[in-house]
Design a protein around this ligand. Structure first.
Ligand code: GTP
Ligand code: MG
Length: 248
């Protein structure tokens, strides 16, 4: 049975089917709201700091099959009420950043949005999972303004680096392939890869900081040369000078 049908059967009445559609409509609206907020934050950051903290954003609505499966796993019967109450990741946004520092910067900016409520935070970067999984999770609710009411709707935001995302997508494939019982040597190699991911992220971050320092240093030098050119002399033939006043 296809997922939608499965849910419609489980929901029994047409009234329930209608509310299912309404609920999915709300989650879609919430995804749009949060997606736009993140894009604006990214653009503002680009505008002010000439730098994008976000590499890319992926959004998805959980499939009906997965919603039903999760409710069963939690021991609840399939109903709209239970799904809204207990399944927190029906609307999911995954934000991919270049550097770990971007993740915390972004999480703070999201937390400061006055219309968003942060319901919970799970920092699997500072406290990675047993599997080696790393990511920063925020469960937020966003108000959806309808013609005659406002509905707070939950969205799960996962923020991670490109390297963490690379690891998580491979681990996800392996998890599904072996239905959670991967051979020990594969789980061990995955944990090993998780360690390499952390090392890579750290190395890339310090490399980026070194690059930023060089750029700042160069900018200071250029400013100094401008000042010297203006004070000492002008003209098209004027050579740029370094700190010691030597030509460079
Ligand atoms: P579920 O794990 O979804 O039942 O909910 P939870 O309340 O335990 O939330 P948790 O923060 O543990 O995980 C939420 C989501 O994070 C999952 O649906 C996955 O997308 C992702 N995730 C968590 N753990 C892992 C992991 O070990 N590997 C991978 N690839 N993804 C994970
Ligand atoms: Mg879990």
């Amino acid at each position: 049975m296809k997922g939608e049908q499965q849910v419609e059967t489980a929901l029994k009445s047409y009234e329930d089917v209608d509310s299912w559609k309404t609920v999915i409509f709300l989650y879609n609206a919430a995804l749009k709201e949060v997606g736009t907020k993140l894009e604006i934050l990214n653009e503002e950051f680009q505008h002010v700091h000439k730098y994008n903290p976000i590499e890319h954003i992926k959004t998805r609505i959980k499939t009906p099959e997965s919603i039903v499966k999760k409710l069963k796993r939690y021991g609840y019967e399939t109903s709209i009420e239970n799904m809204v109450r207990y399944v927190n990741d029906i609307a999911g946004v995954r934000v991919i950043c270049s550097f770990t520092s971007d993740i915390y910067r972004l999480a703070e900016m999201i937390g400061n949005q006055s219309d968003l409520k942060v319901l919970s935070i799970k920092d699997y970067i500072r406290n990675p999972k047993e599997s080696g999984y790393k990511s920063y999770h925020m469960l937020v609710s966003v108000p959806i303004f309808l013609s005659d009411s406002v509905v707070d709707t939950k969205v799960e935001i996962q923020i991670r680096t490109i390297a963490m995302d690379f690891w998580a997508s491979l681990e996800h494939k392996i998890y599904y392939k072996f239905e959670g019982n991967a051979p020990e040597y594969i789980s061990r190699d995955l944990r090993e890869c998780a360690k390499m991911v952390s090392e890579l992220d750290e190395k890339m971050l310090s490399l980026n900081e070194a690059i930023q320092e060089c750029i700042e240093h160069q900018a200071n030098r250029d400013n100094m040369n401008d000042v010297l050119n203006n004070v000492i002399g002008s003209g098209p033939e004027q050579k740029s000078l370094d700190y010691a006043g030597k030509e460079n």
